[in-house]
Design a protein around this ligand. Structure first.
Ligand code: ZN
Length: 73
């Protein structure tokens, strides 16, 4: 799973949609046009889903031992 990311057709800037998908699911809908709000142009672009990319999510590692280890000063 990753985040669906598009490239703005006007400025070429990255648009992170917040949609979670994977490359397999994206391939099935690649011919669909989706409305993507672009914060760079402050407008909505109609972009083919297949033009999007799946960006692997960076999940911060939860480390309980570090969270609870508070050495007394
Ligand atoms: Zn744009």
């Amino acid at each position: 799973m990753g985040l669906l990311v598009f490239r703005c057709p006007a400025s070429g800037a990255r648009i992170v949609t917040g949609i979670h998908t994977d490359t397999g699911s994206l391939a099935k809908v690649r011919s669909l046009s989706v409305k993507v709000y672009c914060p760079h142009c402050n407008t909505t672009h109609l972009i083919m889903a297949g033009h999007g990319e799946v960006e692997p999510m960076i999940v911060p590692r939860f480390s309980p031992s570090h969270e609870t280890a508070h050495p007394r000063a």
